[in-house]
Design a protein around this ligand. Structure first.
Ligand SMILES: [Fe+2]
Ligand SMILES: [Fe+2]
Length: 137
């Protein structure tokens, strides 16, 4: 559904569930961006948990939807999800141990990563999946 897509068609996978999750993901990052300046350490740890869990949930949704298509690019897609998850996990631990701090720059980095991943990987793979579905009809 086009109304679910971020930036109109540009970042649209065409899979309603995935597009609405991308939308929620971006909204979550926007909310975090507004919370950072006033959040205390306990709140930051909760924010990071929420972000991490949403990433896991979203990646799992995509992987479950894509796995049946046997796309050549699927292993690379999985690898990107895994790398992001590992980085997030390490960052979460570093914040808990007070070795790192959640800043606006980090949220901007995560947002940029997400947008690039949607544009260069999600849209391409889901469009390829859609073509396979269309060919069966
Ligand atoms: Fe995605
Ligand atoms: Fe993805």
């Amino acid at each position: 559904m086009a109304s679910n897509c971020i930036n109109g068609k540009f970042l649209c996978t065409g899979f309603g569930l995935v597009d609405s999750q991308h939308n929620n993901f971006i909204k979550l990052l926007e909310r975090i961006r507004s919370q950072i300046p006033s959040a205390n350490k306990g709140e930051i740890d909760l924010i990071l948990d929420e972000l991490f869990l949403y990433s896991l949930y979203h990646f799992e949704t995509e992987e479950r939807l894509l796995e049946k298509y046997n796309l050549e690019s699927f292993p690379k897609h999985l690898e990107q999800h895994r790398e992001y998850t590992e980085k997030m996990e390490q960052f979460k631990i570093d914040c808990l141990l007070e070795k790192a701090e959640l800043t606006l720059e980090i949220i901007e980095f995560l947002e940029q990563w997400l947008i690039n991943h949607i544009k260069e990987t999600d849209v391409i793979d889901f469009q390829a999946a859609q073509k396979i579905d269309d060919a069966k009809m």
